[in-house]
Design a protein around this ligand. Structure first.
Ligand code: DGJ
Length: 726
């Protein structure tokens, strides 16, 4: 059992192979945080004797902080009673320790397959005066080295009065000191997940999304790192919220230089009416401690997300190499053109053709037809099913693009149901070009969710579709729902996410053989909430290989390569106009879930041969990339060079990519030190006669060769040839 309760001292010890997490219930009932870090053998000495008179709530390390009784830091919870009071005081009531992990459905979360994989602790706290009960759930994945937390609020009043929840974050943790840096992943459309680090300073520092989805601008992930933490050294505390809506992640450094970290549903424009007997479940946060730098933290997230967040048939299946027509044709295509692209893709070894936007309604641009999911016979005169069947007959699978959460003002659906979009009475909802001329369906309405489910079910069951690209191209504005009472209007953003999760659960259960890829103008919703339903995400609309180095590097902090859609597109690149070689683009795209997104029919025979060899090569390294451990070697945020590598579980195979952005005069190449290999194994390099020891490759390194000009790259494939354990 990885959770121990010391009854004598009222101490909880949550322990995995790589960390200890210790809490105590004080004599006066407060639950206090004592320690999170390297594993501790004897924990009784952590016990504190604090009595009423000695407790300074403003200095007490809390596990779930409330407002109004003496803790003046930002609370985790804020609840208003019908009498107007927002004062709260949570005290211990009881706890339960169990094997396994309780589900927090309807919210997504990490899961277990057998109870032995994890142990859970549920601590019940209550505020006697308001009738609010809070259940804190902690789960320890013993072998995977992960702690998860979430909270559930329950209105236990017996007089029927409601409670108005203004803030209900998922967790709180108070650190003794603030001698850390805050790491965040921030960006913009086409510039997702760039890494930023800053020192903590007194006061609040936060990242959030108010956009209704997790967003391009900020990610629901932060880490506290000890100063000078690198890939291999330093302490890291990672926090990743399994949620796809508006979120808040904040760190507050107080007068004693202690640091409070909290994360959860964004309290901005949020108010939830909790009627007597009702409960509100907060999203799960996945907490990873690493004493060996950022690399170890990422590999821990990767293993958990690959094995116990992603689900379904494709979780353990190599993902198909796809060819998508978006950057080849945009909205302008014919049936013949589509079939030609698919046929060429098949000839070059690709396994899945994806028909992107523009196949339905009268969608020749982005200003109409979302909601009218009926094939456009002008473009596809023989219908969708015939096209799909023709493509499948060529022995390449068929996938289709949808944007199910949206509705165009110029659509029959909107003309029929103007109340189905998010909007406020007396205001015209915004659908400007920057919002892609479209409106958002009000997924807080059950009827609307059912319509989306019916539409998708009909299409997916009438054509041989084995992949869906689920797009979402604008933030949520005009937060108003025709169906919710006025005092519940500030519940909409969260209800939207719940509606979306309901649709996704229904559709993915109904169509277990379909591979789903999520997309929100690229990586605008690349978060663990979406990965629970769809095991891969389109990483960015920026397909330029140089830009992708940073985007993929930052994304890899939390998300494994198998989840990262990564395609070769045309050169000059459509987003930034840069010209790069097919080789360079290939090496960048292969460091993920590989595909193409260009007009293959325009390629010369020579280019086609190169593509064919790229596809064949990727197939040989695919299991290593998609199921192996990733080691980041050189950061594009620090240098002109980037490198990363992937090693299979038994360390017998590895693949290394090295990229140099600009060529510079008088540059001596230095050896690249590898990582994650077995020092006692010898590795054959690129099927050649060169055989080098794992120790040599990691301690001395390997020299990048034959690099000419800007945007140059190389790749080594390593295979253990014999073991020489000494
Ligand atoms: C945004 C996506 O990120 C693109 O890949 C493409 O599918 C377009 N939408 C289509 O409208």
């Amino acid at each position: 059992m990885s959770i121990i309760f010391d009854k004598e001292h009222n101490l909880f010890h949550l322990k995995s192979e790589g960390f200890s997490y210790i809490m105590q219930v004080l004599d006066i009932g407060y639950l206090t945080h004592l320690y999170w870090g390297k594993p501790i053998r004897n924990f009784s000495s952590f016990h504190k004797s604090l009595h009423d008179a000695h407790v300074n709530l403003d200095a007490l390390a809390q596990e779930y902080a409330v407002y109004g009784t003496g803790d003046f830091r930002t609370p985790t919870l804020e609840v208003q009673q019908e009498n107007g009071s927002t004062v709260g005081e949570l005290k211990y009531v009881s706890h339960v320790i169990m094997n396994g992990k309780p589900s927090i459905a309807p919210l997504p979360s990490t899961y277990i397959e057998v109870p032995e994989e994890a142990d859970s602790l549920i601590i019940t706290l209550a505020d006697q005066a308001s009738g609010l009960t809070v259940e804190l759930t902690y789960t320890v994945y013993q072998a995977l080295n992960v702690l998860t937390r979430s909270a559930k609020l329950i209105n236990k009043r017996t007089d029927g009065e409601y409670l108005k929840v203004g803030r209900a974050l998922s967790f709180c943790i108070d650190y003794e000191h603030s001698n850390y840096e805050l790491l965040q992943l921030s960006g913009a459309w086409c510039r997702e997940k760039h890494i930023y680090r800053r020192e903590l300073v007194p006061g609040l520092q936060s990242v959030d999304s108010k956009r209704g989805f997790s967003s391009h601008q900020q990610s629901p992930f932060i880490a506290l790192t000890s100063k000078n933490t690198t890939e291999k050294n330093g302490e890291v505390y990672g926090f990743n919220l399994v949620y796809s809506g508006s979120f808040l992640a904040e760190v507050e450094v107080d007068q004693f230089y202690s640091a409070r970290v909290q994360m959860g549903i964004n309290p901005f424009d949020f108010a939830w009416v909790l009627k007597a007997g009702e409960s509100l479940q907060t999203p799960e946060v996945v907490m990873v401690y690493s004493d060996k730098g950022l690399g170890q933290m990422s590999r821990t997230y990767h293993r958990l997300y690959r094995k116990r967040l992603c689900r379904g048939l494709y979780r353990d299946t190599e993902r198909p190499i796809l060819i998508n027509n978006w950057e080849a044709t945009y909205f302008n295509f014919t049936e013949t053109k589509i079939e030609e692209i698919a046929t060429t893709g098949k000839e070059l070894g690709m396994e899945l053709f994806v028909l992107d936007d523009g196949w339905f309604g009268k969608r020749d641009s982005d200003n109409c037809s979302l909601g009218d999911w009926i094939v456009d016979k002008k473009k596809l005169p023989n219908g969708l099913d015939t096209l799909a069947q023709n493509i499948v007959n060529k022995d390449i699978r068929f996938g289709l693009w949808f944007e199910p959460e949206m509705i165009s003002p110029d659509s029959d659906l909107y003309r029929e149901h103007p109340d189905w979009c998010l909007h406020v009475p007396e205001r015209t909802p915004m659908s400007t070009p920057s919002q892609r001329n479209q409106l958002v369906l009000d997924l807080s309405q059950e009827e609307v969710c059912n319509k989306v489910i019916d539409m998708l079910s009909n299409i997916l069951s009438t054509a041989p579709i084995s992949y869906v690209k689920w797009d979402m191209n604008r933030p949520l504005t005009d937060m108003g729902s025709a169906k919710l009472a006025k005092e519940q209007q500030r519940e909409i953003a969260h209800r939207y996410v719940l509606g979306l999760y309901h649709i996704l659960e229904t559709i993915t259960t109904k169509f277990p053989n379909v591979l789903f890829e999520s997309c929100a103008s690229g990586g605008g919703r690349f978060d663990p909430g979406m990965l629970y339903y769809m095991p891969q995400t389109w990483t960015s609309d920026d397909t330029d290989a140089v830009e992708r180095l940073k985007i993929q590097y930052g994304t890899s902090l939390v998300s494994p390569a198998i989840t990262m859609g990564s395609h070769i597109s045309a050169s000059p690149n459509h987003q930034v106009g840069r010209t790069t070689s097919l080789d360079f683009r290939g090496h960048v795209a292969m460091a993920g879930n590989f595909g193409y997104e260009l007009d293959l029919t325009k390629f010369s025979e020579e280019e086609k041969e190169l593509v064919k060899s790229q596809v064949a090569f990727y197939k040989t390294i695919r299991p290593i990339i998609q199921f192996g451990d990733q080691y980041r070697l050189l950061s594009p945020f620090e240098d002109n060079q980037t490198a990363w590598m992937y090693v299979n579980e038994d360390q017998t195979e590895a693949v290394v990519f090295f990229y140099r952005v600009l060529s510079k005069p008088h540059t001596l190449f230095t050896k690249l030190k590898l990582d994650g290999l077995n020092p006692f194994y010898n590795y054959q390099i690129n099927d050649s006669d060169v055989i080098l020891g794992g120790d040599e490759l990691m301690d001395s390194g390997i020299l990048p060769e034959n690099l000419h000009g800007d945007f140059a790259s190389c790749c080594w494939k390593l295979k253990a040839v014999k073991c020489c354990k000494e």
